[in-house]
Design a protein around this ligand. Structure first.
Ligand code: DX5
Ligand code: ZN
Length: 218
């Protein structure tokens, strides 16, 4: 069964506790960390993650859309992130990405790799051996509520086929514009985890989660 990872970015920030209660039953919570440098938007960091950590047992997936993510590995582990996902585009060399993935694991978390819509899958094949999760972006990172980029679907399929064969323990997550309408193509292409922000938190999150689950059952 596909896992659902609601993105907190689209929740009501005046009552995060209520928002988290409304999505109980989701397997993961997706936490979009943005620094206003790697992406044009600024969101939240370790202190907010720490503040919500005790509200739920859900797996916390911190999606770091930041420059120099290697400087913050310990902070994101200490605040309670279970998975720390870093972007290929935050690194100038694949070697420095490999070091950071190793540092995440040594610090006690699972390591994720993310790629922007324009980044070929081949740019991360060499570091997949250090990863537990691959996050393929289907929007340009920075904001919730953008339209799903259908042209990325072949890359999801390519990534899925490659990791099934070579790194079967890696989970394939897809992020950006996921809704009951776009989810079937993504699941068919091989996604294990669907990240969804506006499609979950706009309206009734429990009902929306159910709709997304139904749409993902092919
Ligand atoms: C975008 C973020 C996404 C975002 C998804 O940069 O990484 O996780 O919250 O939001 P929706 O589902 O509304 O596209
Ligand atoms: Zn995200």
């Amino acid at each position: 069964m596909v896992k659902i990872s609601p993105s907190l970015l689209s929740a009501d920030f005046s009552c995060l506790k209520d928002s988290i209660e409304k999505i109980e039953g989701a397997e993961m919570l997706h936490l979009d960390v943005m620094d206003g440098h790697f992406v044009p938007n600024i969101t939240f960091g370790p202190c907010v993650i720490k503040g919500i950590r005790n509200l739920t047992d859900m797996v916390f997936d911190a999606h770091l859309m930041i420059s120099r993510p290697w400087e913050y590995v310990d902070d994101f582990v200490e605040c309670g992130s279970d998975i720390i996902t870093v972007h290929r585009e935050s690194f100038t060399t694949i070697g420095s990405m490999e070091n950071t993935l190793q540092a995440i694991k040594e610090a006690g978390a699972r390591a994720g790799i993310s790629i922007n819509p324009g980044t070929p899958f081949e740019e991360v094949t060499d570091v997949l051996g250090y990863a537990d999760l691959l996050l393929v972006m289907t929007v340009k990172p920075g904001f919730g509520g953008q339209s799903f980029m259908e042209e990325v679907v072949p890359k999801i399929k390519q990534a899925s086929e490659y990791i099934r064969k070579n790194h079967p323990k890696i989970e394939l997550s897809v992020d950006g514009g996921i809704s009951p309408k776009t989810a079937p193509a993504v699941v068919r292409a091989g996604a294990d985890i669907l990240v969804a922000g506006s499609a979950i938190f706009k309206g009734d999150p429990a009902v929306n989660m159910l709709k997304l689950r139904r749409a993902s059952e092919l």
